[in-house]
Design a protein around this ligand. Structure first.
Ligand code: NOJ
Length: 977
C-alpha cells in the first residue's frame, strides 16, 4: 500500500515541467448550467426587446410587522404555475438583503449557505417605511435619507440608489432565472406539445421574437434544447443530477462604478479584468468552485482552493459591494459597457438567491458592513505573525532539531517549524511515523525551549483501515460522507483509499474537537503525542480527491440533512477548518488563541483561520500575482493570508528567493514552503550576499511586528484589511484604482512595493497626494502630487521599496531575537515622519499575545502624536497618550473600552519597557533643546530636507536617545528649534 501511495504521490505531485492540467477542470462551456446561463445572456444581448419574465405579484405584497421585511410572490411569465417568494429587508446598518426562493416546489433549494457564513443573524432596521405604489415598492433611509431601495414589479428589478444615483441594480439586464424543480417526465410531456421553432433566423426582429416566444415561451427564454439538465459527463465522470436543473442566474450591475474587486480566489489582477463584452480580457467567467488546481496558471479566471462571493464596486465618489451567500459552484462574468460602469452576471448551480447589497459609501464603510455580516479576522496569536519555516518534509525529529540549530547559528529569527504529511504513519494523521519521528513530544519541547511553536498537518481524508482509530470511530459514529446510494463514499488521496467526515453533521463537531486533546479522558482517544504548542495545518479540504471529478468529490454525494455535495461544495472546506480551530482553541482551559492554516475557505473563514494561496510555482509571474491575490483576499475580508515564499514548485535561483522573502515579509502570513521534490532552500543555505540580505529581511519583519499586530487589532475590530490597496486608502484618487503591486500596511502609513521581477535596480512608486514620503531605511524624501505622481526609488537586491507616508509614526522593536516571544520586554523605537504640515500620528496595540486575557482588558493601546506649536512653529511636541481612554464608546475584541483600566496587570508588567529611541524625520532646523519631563535628553541631529520642503533629498534626522519614556505611560517630549 505504501508503494502505491508513493507511486500516486509521484504521479500526482511531481511534474516534469510546469503545466496546469486544464483538461482536469471545466470551462464554462463544459458546465451545463454555466452554458445555459451564458446562453441566456447571449439571447438577451441579441434581442433588443429582451424583457425579464419575472415580476412581482402586486396582490401578494406584504410588509412583515416584526422584521420590517417586504415580501411578495414572484412569477415568471414563462412558467406561470411556478411560485417564487421574494423577501427584501434592510439591516440596521443600511445593508439590504434580497432573498428569493421557489415556493412549494417539487423539492427544496439549499438555503443554509448564509447560516454558515454569517457571524450572527443580522439586526433588521425597524425604522424602514416602505412606500407601496402600483408598480414598485420603495424605502428611503439612512441618516441623511440619501439611500433608497426600489423593488420594481414588472419586470422584477431591485435597485439601490444614493442621492438618486444608481449604485447596484439586480436584474437590470433581465438575466434573473431560477430554474424551478421539475421532473424529466413532465418536461418531456410539455415538450411533446410544442411546435419547436426552427433555430431563429438571422436578423430576427422584435416581432419575430415575440412570435417565437408565443409559440414556445420556454425556448425563447431558457433555450430550446435539453442542455445537460438531467445528467452531465465530464471526462470519465457522470454526474447523475437526481434533482435535475436548479441553477440560478442573476445580473448585478454597478452603473456608476468602473472598477470591481474581490471574489477571491483567482490568480489575476486586483481590479478584475473583463470576461465578456467586445474587448473581454478573459474568455471564461471567474469561477468559484473550490479546487486543487495542480500548477495553476498565474493569470486566469480558473477556480482555486477557496471562494468568497463578495465583490466591491468602486468609483471616485462611491464604494458599494455585494455578497451572494451561495455555496454551490458559481461563475461570474464581468464587463464594462463603458469605462465608468460595470455589468456582472452571476450563475450558480443550485441554492436560493441570497444577496446582500452593501451601500458603502466608502471602502471603510463597506468593510464594516461586510464584517457585521460575516465577522472580522480573528486577532491571531502574536507569534503567528513571525516567520514560519515549512517544507514537505522535514523528515525526522532530528531534522527539525538541525533546522532549528542552523537558524540559531545564523542568527535568523523564526517562530514556527512545520511538518507536512510525511510525519504521519501511512498518512494517518495524528499517528506519528515512529521510524523517523521516534520522540515527537521531546522534539516539540526542544522547539518550545526557544518559545517557538510547531504546526503539524491534519488533512480531512481518513485512511480506510480499521487499524486507524480516527477512521474507525468516524465510521462507528456514522459521520462519513455518503454516496448517492447511501453507502460510505470512498476516494483516493495521500493515504490511498480514504473516507471523509461530514462536518455538516453536528454530531461530528464534539467528536472532532475531542481528538486534539493532549490528555486522554478515560479510555477515549486523545492526541497525547502532541503538546499545547502544536498547531494545525488543514490542507486538501476543497476536498481534493485524486480520482474524483475535477480532483474533488462527486456532486451527487450526500451530506447531513440529505443535501447534495453540489449544494455545499464551496462551504465544505470552511467547516473542516472551523472545527479544527475550535478544537485547538479548546484544548486548554482557559482557551488559548488557536492557529490553523487552511487551503480551502469560504466567506466567514476569516473568523477563525489563516490561509495561503496553495501550490504556486517558483516563477516571477507567480510571485507577482501572489501579491495581488493577497490584496484580493484582504478585500474579501480574509486578511490573514500569504503565499508560499520561494514558490512551492521548482528551485528558485538565489535572486528570486531573496525577492520572495521581500514579498513574504510584507504579507500578513509569512511562510516559506517547498515541494518534496525541490532542493533544500532554508535561508541559511544561501551563499553571501543573499544569506545576509534574507537575514536582514527576516529581522525587518520582526522589527515591524508591532505594526503588523496593531494592524491585525484594527482589522479584528473594524473589518478594515491588514494590507490595503490604494483605492481603500485613497478612494478618490483614480490614479490608484488599478494599482495592485504596491499597498499600505494597515493604517500605519507604511507603503511597500515588493519587487517581483528579475534584474531590477530601481522602480517607480506611485504617490497619490501632495505629501512627503520618506524612504524607510535612508530617510530620502519623495514628494507626491495632488493628482498622483510616480517617483523613482532604488530597488537593488538588498533594497525593498518601503516608504513612510509623511504624518505617520511607526513603532518598531529593533533588537534581533531568535523568536518573537523573546522580544516581549524589548524596548521600542518610534520613527516619527513629519508631514508637510509638521504633524504625525501613530498607534501601538500590545497584549500578552497568546491568551484571551486581552478580552478582560489586559492590553495597552497607545496613540503617538507629533504636533508643531509655538511661535512660528518653533516647538515640536511628541507625545504618547492612552488611546483606549479616548474611545469610551468603542470596544477591543468585544471589550467595551469604557471599562478599560490602563493600570491593568499586563500594562504593569510592561511598565519597564521603554521607548529607547525616537527618530524624527523632516525637522525644519537643528533643535536648540530636547526635553523630556522638563529635563534635557541626549540627541543627535543630521541636517537635511525638511518635511515641508518641495525639493527632494535626504531628510533631516533627529535621533532622541533614551527619552525616559515608558511604553505604557503618557509623556511629552518637547523640541525647541
Ligand atoms: C498540497 C499543499 O498545497 C502543499 O502545500 C503540501 O505540501 C502538499 N499538499 C502535501 O501535503
Amino acid at each position: 500500500m505504501r508503494d502505491l501511495t508513493l507511486l500516486l504521490l509521484t504521479l500526482v505531485a511531481l511534474p516534469a515541467v510546469f503545466a496546469v492540467k486544464s483538461h482536469d477542470f471545466k470551462t464554462c462551456s463544459q458546465a451545463g448550467f454555466c452554458r445555459r446561463g451564458r446562453a441566456l445572456a447571449e439571447r438577451a444581448k441579441e434581442n433588443p426587446s429582451w424583457k425579464s419574465p419575472y415580476s412581482v405579484d402586486p396582490s401578494s405584497v406584504a410588509i412583515d410587522s416584526t422584521t420590517a421585511a417586504f415580501t411578495a410572490g414572484v412569477k415568471s411569465s414563462i412558467y406561470p404555475e411556478v411560485k417564487f417568494g421574494l423577501d427584501v429587508r434592510v439591516h440596521r446598518d443600511g445593508v439590504v438583503r434580497v432573498r428569493m426562493d421557489e415556493i412549494d416546489g417539487l423539492r427544496k433549494r439549499y438555503d443554509e449557505a448564509a447560516s454558515w457564513a454569517l457571524v450572527a443573524e443580522p439586526e433588521v432596521s425597524q425604522d424602514i417605511q416602505w412606500t407601496v405604489a402600483k408598480d414598485a415598492v420603495r424605502a428611503v433611509y439612512g441618516d441623511n435619507k440619501d439611500i433608497e431601495v426600489v423593488v420594481a414589479y414588472e419586470p422584477l428589478r431591485v435597485t439601490l440608489l444614493r442621492n438618486g444615483k444608481e449604485q447596484i441594480v439586480l436584474n437590470g439586464e433581465g438575466l434573473l432565472h431560477m430554474e424551478h424543480f421539475r421532473t424529466k417526465e413532465a418536461v418531456e410531456q410539455e415538450k411533446s406539445g410544442w411546435a419547436l421553432p426552427e433555430a431563429p433566423e438571422e436578423g430576427l426582429d422584435l416581432d419575430d421574437a415575440q412570435v417565437v416566444m408565443q409559440m414556445n415561451p420556454r425556448s425563447w427564454f431558457e433555450g430550446a434544447g435539453d442542455d445537460a439538465l438531467w445528467e452531465e459527463t465530464f471526462g470519465s465522470w457522470t454526474d447523475s443530477k437526481p434533482k435535475g436543473p436548479e441553477s440560478l442566474s442573476i445580473d448585478v450591475n454597478f452603473p456608476n462604478h468602473g472598477h470591481v474587486y474581490g471574489i477571491p480566489q483567482h490568480a489575476t489582477r486586483l481590479s478584475l479584468p473583463t470576461t465578456s463584452g467586445e474587448d473581454a480580457y478573459y474568455s471564461d467567467p471567474y469561477r468559484l468552485y473550490n479546487a486543487d488546481v495542480f500548477e495553476y496558471l498565474a493569470d486566469s479566471t480558473m477556480s482555486l482552493y477557496g471562494s468568497i462571493p463578495v465583490m466591491h464596486a468602486h468609483s471616485a465618489d462611491s464604494t458599494v459591494a455585494i455578497f451572494h451567500a451561495v455555496g454551490s459552484e458559481t461563475w461570474i462574468d464581468v464587463a464594462h459597457p463603458k469605462p465608468s460602469s460595470t455589468h456582472t452576471h452571476w450563475i450558480s448551480e443550485s441554492g436560493i438567491m441570497d444577496i446582500f447589497l452593501m451601500p458603502g459609501p466608502t471602502p471603510a464603510d463597506v468593510f464594516a458592513q461586510y464584517a457585521r455580516l460575516t465577522g472580522t479576522s480573528a486577532l491571531p496569536a502574536q507569534w503567528a505573525l513571525g516567520y514560519h519555516q515549512c517544507r514537505w518534509n522535514y523528515i525526522s525529529s532530528d531534522d527539525v532539531r538541525d533546522v532549528q540549530t542552523r537558524f540559531d547559528e545564523e542568527d535568523m529569527p523564526v517562530d514556527v517549524f512545520w511538518l507536512d504529511i510525511e510525519y504521519a504513519e501511512d498518512h494517518k494523521y495524528f499517528i506519528w511515523d515512529k521510524k523517523s519521528f521516534s520522540d515527537p513530544v521531546d522534539m516539540m519541547h526542544d522547539v518550545e525551549e526557544i518559545q517557538r511553536k510547531m504546526v503539524v498537518i491534519v488533512d480531512p481524508h481518513l485512511k480506510r483501515t480499521d487499524s486507524y482509530p480516527i477512521y474507525q470511530q468516524a465510521k462507528e459514529l456514522d459521520l462519513l460522507i455518503k454516496k448517492k446510494d447511501g453507502q460510505e463514499y470512498e476516494g483516493w488521496c495521500w493515504p490511498g483509499s480514504s473516507a471523509w467526515v461530514d462536518f455538516f453533521n453536528p454530531a461530528s463537531w464534539d467528536w472532532w474537537k475531542s481528538l486534539f486533546k493532549t490528555v486522554s479522558d478515560g479510555d477515549k482517544w486523545a492526541w497525547t503525542e502532541s503538546t499545547e504548542n502544536t498547531y494545525i495545518w488543514n490542507d486538501m479540504n476543497e476536498p481534493s480527491i485524486f480520482n474524483g471529478p475535477e480532483i474533488s468529490m462527486p456532486r451527487d454525494n450526500i451530506h447531513y440533512g440529505g443535501w447534495e455535495h453540489r449544494d455545499v461544495h464551496n462551504i465544505n472546506g470552511m467547516l473542516f477548518h472551523n472545527m479544527t480551530t475550535l478544537a485547538v482553541m479548546h484544548r486548554t482551559d482557559p482557551p488559548k488563541r488557536p492557529f490553523v492554516l487552511t487551503r480551502s475557505f469560504y466567506a466567514g473563514s476569516q473568523r477563525l483561520s489563516a490561509m495561503w494561496t496553495g501550490d504556486n510555482l517558483g516563477t516571477w509571474e507567480h510571485m507577482a500575482v501572489g501579491v495581488s491575490m493577497v490584496l484580493s483576499l484582504n478585500v474579501g475580508g480574509f486578511s490573514f493570508s500569504g503565499s508560499d515564499v520561494g514558490g512551492f514548485f521548482g528551485n528558485p535561483e538565489p535572486e528570486m528567493l531573496v525577492r520572495w522573502y521581500g514579498v513574504g515579509a510584507f504579507s500578513p502570513f509569512f511562510r516559506a514552503h517547498a515541494h518534496i521534490d525541490t532542493k533544500r532552500r532554508e535561508p541559511y543555505l544561501l551563499d553571501e550576499p543573499y544569506k545576509s540580505i534574507v537575514r536582514d529581511i527576516l529581522r525587518l519583519r520582526y522589527s515591524l511586528l508591532p505594526v503588523w499586530y496593531t494592524a491585525f487589532r484594527e482589522a479584528s475590530v473594524t473589518g478594515l484589511p491588514v494590507v490595503r490597496p490604494h483605492y481603500v486608502v485613497f478612494p478618490q484618487d483614480e490614479g490608484g484604482f488599478a494599482l495592485d503591486d504596491q499597498y499600505f500596511v494597515g493604517g500605519s502609513g507604511l507603503l511597500v512595493k515588493p519587487i517581483t521581477s528579475k534584474d531590477v535596480t530601481e522602480t517607480t512608486v506611485y504617490l497619490p497626494e501632495n505629501e512627503v514620503y520618506y524612504d524607510y531605511f535612508t530617510g530620502q524624501t519623495y514628494r507626491g502630487a495632488a493628482k498622483g505622481k510616480n517617483v523613482t526609488v532604488p530597488a537593488e537586491l538588498h533594497q525593498i521599496p518601503l516608504l513612510i507616508r509623511g504624518g505617520s509614526i511607526i513603532p518598531t522593536r529593533e533588537r534581533p531575537r531568535r523568536s518573537s516571544p523573546l522580544m516581549k520586554y524589548d524596548p521600542f523605537t518610534l520613527r516619527v515622519a513629519l508631514s508637510t504640515g509638521g504633524t504625525a500620528r501613530g498607534e501601538l496595540y500590545l497584549d500578552e499575545g497568546e491568551t484571551y486575557a486581552h478580552r478582560e482588558g489586559q492590553f495597552i493601546w497607545r496613540e503617538f502624536e507629533a504636533t508643531t506649536e509655538g511661535k512660528k512653529g518653533k516647538e515640536i511636541r511628541v507625545r504618547s497618550r492612552n488611546l483606549a481612554a479616548q474611545k469610551p464608546g468603542e470596544a477591543v475584541d468585544g471589550v467595551a473600552l469604557a471599562a478599560y483600566d490602563d493600570k491593568n496587570d499586563f500594562a504593569r508588567a510592561m511598565e519597564r519597557v521603554r521607548v529607547e529611541r525616537i527618530v524624527l524625520l523632516g525637522l525644519a532646523a537643528k533643535p536648540k533643546s530636547v526635553k523630556a519631563a522638563g529635563k534635557d535628553v541626549d540627541w543627535e541631529f543630521k541636517a537635511g530636507a525638511a518635511a515641508a520642503s518641495k525639493a527632494e533629498g535626504s531628510a533631516s534626522v533627529l535621533v532622541v536617545k533614551d527619552p525616559h519614556a515608558s511604553i505604557t505611560s503618557d509623556w511629552d517630549i518637547i523640541i525647541q528649534l
